[in-house]
Design a protein around this ligand. Structure first.
Ligand code: GAP
Length: 513
C-alpha cells in the first residue's frame, strides 16, 4: 500500500472508532485478533446495508425467498460440502521474522507487482502518443508481452499446485520467484502446510470426537440442506432462489486489514436453483444484476471491476469476484459462483435423502444446478465507509471530515438542533422530532454552538440537519442544512416529512436497478 493510501486507511479506522462505528472486540482486554464490535452508528449502517440487500433479493424478485438457518449444523454437513477435507489455506512461516503468511497470497502479491509494471508501461506510452490504443499497445509491446508471459506462467503453476494440493510445488514457486518476506526482506521460509480454516467446538457434555461440531464457515450450507423444505412448503418452481444473511466463522491465517478479513463475519448469500444446462446464462445474468446493485449506490462506477477466478473452488464450474477499490487497492467484495449440482448431490449421498426437483414441464426429476451470489456484509460496510470518508478543505480555510454515506444508508437521517437551549426552542424541536421519528431515524442535540454540532453530524454522515430558531416560533419554518453541499434553505415544517422520506428511502436506490 502506498503511504498516502496507508494513512487514509489508518484515518478511516481511527474515525470508525472515535465516532462509534467499530470497536475492537473486548477492547478492555486488549482486543481479540480480527474480531470487531459494531457501535451505535455502525450497527445502524450495517442494518441499512442488510435492508438494501434483503429488499433487493426478496422483494424485487418474486421467485426469491429468505430464510434464517442455525449456525450449528450436523457435522456431516461439512464432510458432504467438502469443507472438512478441502477448506484449507496453504500456510508458510518466515523463520527470521516469525511472521505467518498465506503462500498463495505471497505469489498473488508477486503477480500484482507485475501487473502494476504493465500499467506503468501503459501510462508512460499513453502520455507519449496522441491516438493511444491500449489494446494494440499491450498486444505488441515487447516488455509488456514479457511481463504477461511471466504472469501466465506463474498463474499456471499456482493453479496446478493449489488444484493438486502439492505444497512442495508451492514452496518451490516461492523460492524460484525469490519472494521475500514483505516485512523483513528475508527469504528463509519453512515448508508450506495446509491449514483447515474451520473452528470446531463440542456439543453436549461429553467432549469426545463424536460430539465435535463446527461453526459454519459459510451460510450457504444452511440453504442447501433446506432446499426441499423451502421448495415444497413455498411451492417454489425452478428457477428460484433462497437468500440468507448470517454469521460465518473462519480461522483465517492472515487476518489483517481491519474488517476486510475477520475471523467472525457476516455473509449475505443467495443460492439460485436452476435447470441443469441453464446455469451459465443465469451466472451471466446474476453477474450483471449484482454489479447494478452495487453501482446504484453511487459510490463511483470506476471503483468496481470483475475478476475471473483462475483457481476454481472444488464446487464451481465458473466463478468471479466483484472487486472494489478499497483503500488498499482493488480487492474481492463479492463472489459469484456457478456451483453446479455439487452440494445437493453430495448431501443426497451423505444423508441418503433425495434432494431432487420434479419439473412438471419436462415431467422429470433432477438435481438442480446452483448459481450463488455471496457478499461479505462487513466488506460491504468497509466499501461504504472508506469511500464515504473525506477530509475536506473548505472555502473559508477551515477543514472538516465528512462521511458522504448515501442518505438511505446513513445511521441517522436528520439531526434536529434547537439553536439555543432556551426560549421554547427545545420544546419546538422535540415537537418536530416526535412527528418525524416514526418515519426516519432522528438525532436530537442541543449542546454546543451550531457550527460544532454540524461538524459532528458531518463526521457521522447525517445527510440533513434541521435547525430550529426564533423565527420558527413565529412562522413554523426551519433551516435545513445539506451535509454534502453545506447549503442551507428555509422550509416549512410541514414539508419536512415528505422531503426526508423521499431523500432517505432505500426504495429510491432500488428503483434505479
Ligand atoms: N459461499 C461461498 C463463499 O463463502 P467466499 O468467496 O469464501 O465464498 C464470500 O466468501 C464472501 O464472503 C467474500 O466475497 C467476502 O466478501 C466475504 N468473506 C469471506 N471471508 C471473509 C472474512 N474472513 N472476513 C470478512 N469477509 C469475508
Amino acid at each position: 500500500m502506498a503511504n498516502q493510501e496507508d494513512n487514509l486507511f489508518k484515518n478511516v479506522i481511527a474515525h470508525a472508532k472515535e465516532y462509534g462505528f467499530i470497536f475492537p472486540s473486548s477492547e478492555i482486554y486488549d482486543g481479540l485478533s480480527a474480531v470487531y464490535d459494531y457501535g451505535q452508528n455502525g450497527a445502524e449502517l450495517k442494518n441499512n446495508i442488510k435492508e438494501y440487500w434483503w429488499k433487493f433479493m426478496t422483494m424485487l424478485h418474486e421467485n426469491i425467498v429468505g430464510i434464517d438457518a442455525a449456525i450449528f449444523m450436523h457435522p456431516t454437513t461439512w464432510k458432504a460440502s467438502g469443507h472438512v477435507d478441502a477448506f484449507n489455506d496453504p500456510m508458510i512461516d518466515n523463520k527470521d521474522s516469525k511472521k505467518r503468511y498465506r503462500a498463495d497470497q505471497l505469489v498473488e502479491g508477486y503477480i500484482e507487482k507485475l501487473e502494476e509494471k504493465i500499467e506503468k508501461e501503459v501510462e508512460k506510452a499513453a502520455k507519449r502518443f496522441d491516438n493511444f490504443d491500449r489494446t494494440m499497445f499491450v498486444s505488441t509491446n515487447a516488455r509488456v508481452l514479457e511481463y504477461q508471459r511471466k504472469i501466465d506462467d506463474i498463474n499456471e503453476k499456482l493453479k496446478e499446485a493449489m488444484g493438486s494440493g502439492n505444497m512442495e510445488a508451492m514452496k518451490q514457486l516461492i523460492i524460484d520467484l525469490e519472494i521475500a518476506d514483505p516485512i523483513s526482506g528475508s527469504r528463509n521460509w519453512t515448508d508450506v502446510r495446509q491449514f483447515n480454516l474451520m473452528f470446531s467446538t463440542e456439543m453436549g457434555s461429553v467432549a469426545d470426537d463424536a460430539n465435535k461440531i463446527y461453526l459454519r464457515p459459510e451460510t450457504a450450507q444452511g440453504i442447501f440442506v433446506n432446499f426441499l423444505n423451502v421448495q415444497k412448503t413455498g411451492r417454489m418452481k425452478i428457477p428460484f432462489g433462497i437468500a440468507q444473511i448470517g454469521k460465518a466463522f473462519r480461522n483465517e491465517i492472515v487476518a489483517r486489514q481491519f474488517i476486510f478479513r475477520m475471523r467472525e463475519f457476516e455473509q449475505m448469500e443467495m443460492q439460485f436453483f436452476v435447470k441443469p444446462g441453464e446455469e451459465m446464462q443465469w451466472y451471466e445474468s446474476w453477474k450483471e444484476k449484482r454489479m447494478k446493485w452495487h453501482k446504484a449506490l453511487g459510490l463511483g462506477d470506476e471503483n468496481y471491476r470483475f475478476h475471473d477466478h483462475l483457481n476454481l473452488a472444488h464446487y464451481a464450474n465458473a466463478a468471479c469476484d466483484i472487486q472494489f477499490n478499497f483503500p488498499m487497492g482493488f480487492r474481492e467484495l463479492e463472489g459469484i459462483h456457478s456451483r453446479t449440482d455439487f452440494d445437493l448431490k453430495s448431501h443426497e449421498k451423505y444423508s441418503g435423502k433425495k434432494l431432487q426437483y420434479f419439473d412438471p414441464e419436462d415431467n422429470q426429476n433432477y438435481i438442480p444446478y446452483v448459481v450463488e451470489t455471496s457478499i461479505g456484509l462487513d466488506r460491504m460496510f468497509l466499501a461504504v465507509l472508506s469511500s464515504a470518508y473525506k477530509e475536506e478543505k473548505l472555502p473559508d480555510g477551515s477543514e472538516r471530515v465528512v462521511l458522504r454515506i448515501p442518505a438511505p444508508l446513513a445511521p441517522n437521517k436528520v439531526a434536529i438542533l434547537p439553536l439555543t437551549k432556551k426560549d421554547g426552542l427545545p420544546e419546538k424541536a422535540m415537537e418536530i422530532m416526535n412527528e418525524l421519528k416514526f418515519h426516519v431515524r432522528c438525532f436530537y442535540e442541543e449542546k454546543d454552538a451550531i457550527g460544532k454540532r454540524y461538524r459532528r453530524q458531518d463526521a457521522i454522515g447525517t445527510p440533513y440537519c434541521v435547525t430550529v430558531d426564533h423565527q420558527t416560533l413565529q412562522d413554523n419554518t426551519v433551516t435545513i442544512r445539506h451535509r454534502d453541499t453545506m447549503e442551507q434553505e428555509r422550509v416549512v415544517i410541514a414539508s419536512l416529512k415528505a422531503t426526508l422520506i423521499e431523500a432517505c428511502s432505500i426504495n429510491n436506490i432500488l428503483k434505479k436497478i
